[in-house]
Design a protein around this ligand. Structure first.
Ligand SMILES: Nc1ncnc2c1ncn2[C@@H]1O[C@H](COP(=O)(O)OP(=O)(O)OP(=O)(O)O)[C@@H](O)[C@H]1O
Length: 337
């Protein structure tokens, strides 16, 4: 277990400024998730912590030690990749043992660690199989097992669940959360799936264009996004964001300097009075539905309803906005307090 401290990290790939002055403190035992759109620098930042990628300037401390110029193998961390990166010709046991052999862990200790990890990850029956004889989820568990047996100070995960089908992804997500509690380990996890971020993280780090946009607990980010970008990125379906000066926005009393307004789909209700709109599309998800409503001025508002509602595409409806749930953004995309 360990803390991770990043201080003013910059990374250039030629002219491309991929990481811009990134500073971050990861607490001992925290589960921190990096999210952001494709190309925002998530993987680069994780690989920089791992030592797989050098930084142009700035420092990385793990457990109080400056590791900025250390080789990956000397940083005492382990990384689980999207591709699992298992050795196909080796059994599960040999895959898990390999790193420990390199680190000269004695055989009895290796055996004990493998058996313990196999039990936690339900791999005991599979230890003598080769990766080709395993399902995707089982392979992923082996990749995680290989990390656990190394007993690292910090676990790094680079989109480890994105090759799994939806059901298995949810299962593995829950297993990883349980594992985090059981090991009490510091974990840093990269994903572009904001549901994974919301459900797994103690702290979410939202990256945008190589910069940290906001750091906070999932609920902080959901309820108090610091910027329009975070407001639009966290939450599914996304927050409705519309101009403060169009026909819809002009109806609200807003703080001076407000350029745009935002409201989450569950904070708009349908009733007998309110802003009129026409339902363009209704998406039925079973337990809930999303109504895509045209509210004039080309403003589309998404409203979340329960799965039992009787609205249909083409219906005219009235929307009631819960004004205490409105978010106000200035012209620079900053949230107005
Ligand atoms: N080896 C490299 N050489 C040059 N540019 C790179 C290299 N690796 C990444 N980049 C660029 O750096 C930026 C950040 O890339 P990075 O892979 O960290 O993004 P990401 O947020 O992980 O994206 P994704 O979700 O698509 O994996 C991108 O513009 C990318 O094209």
């Amino acid at each position: 277990m360990a803390t991770v401290e990043l201080s003013k990290i910059n990374k250039y790939y030629g002219d491309l400024h991929a990481l811009k002055n990134v500073s971050l403190s990861v607490a001992d035992g925290a589960f921190v998730v990096f999210v952001g759109p494709s190309g925002c620098g998530k993987s680069t930042l994780l690989r920089a912590i791992a030592g797989l990628e050098g930084v142009s300037n700035g420092t990385i401390n793990i457990d109080g030690q400056d590791v900025t110029n250390l080789e990956p193998a000397d940083r005492d961390l382990s990384m689980v990749f999207q591709s699992y990166a298992l050795y196909p010709h080796m059994t599960v046991r040999a895959n898990m043992e390999f790193g420990m052999k390199v680190n000269r862990i004695p055989p009895a200790e290796r055996k004990a660690r493998i058996e313990e990890a196999a039990q936690v990850l339900q791999l005991t029956e599979l230890l003598e199989r080769k990766p080709g004889q395993l399902s995707g989820g089982q392979r992923q568990r082996v990749a995680i097992g290989r990390s656990i047996v190394k007993n690292p100070k910090v676990f790094l995960f680079d989109e480890p669940l994105s090759n799994l089908d939806a059901k298995l992804r949810v299962q593995m997500r829950i297993e990883l959360e349980a594992l985090h509690k059981e090991l009490d380990a510091t974990m840093i996890y990269v994903t572009h799936d904001q549901v994974e971020a919301m459900t797994m993280a103690d702290q979410i780090v939202v990256l945008n264009g190589g910069r940290i946009e906001q750091v906070g607990s999932p609920m902080d980010l959901y309820h108090a996004p610091a910027t329009e970008f975070v407001a639009g990125f966290i939450g599914s379906p996304a927050m409705n964001i519309f101009s403060a000066t169009n026909a819809l926005g002009a109806d609200f009393a807003v703080p001076s300097g407000t350029s745009k307004l935002g409201i989450r789909p569950e904070h708009v209700q349908l009733g007998d009075t309110g802003h009129a709109g026409i339902i363009r599309v209704k998406e039925k998800l079973g337990s809930e539905s999303y109504l895509y409503i045209m509210a004039g001025d080309d403003t589309q508002i998404v409203v979340k309803t329960d799965g039992e509602d009787s609205y249909n595409a083409g219906d005219t409806v009235n929307m009631i906005f819960r004004e205490n749930r409105l978010h106000h953004f200035d012209a620079d995309g900053q949230t107005l307090k």
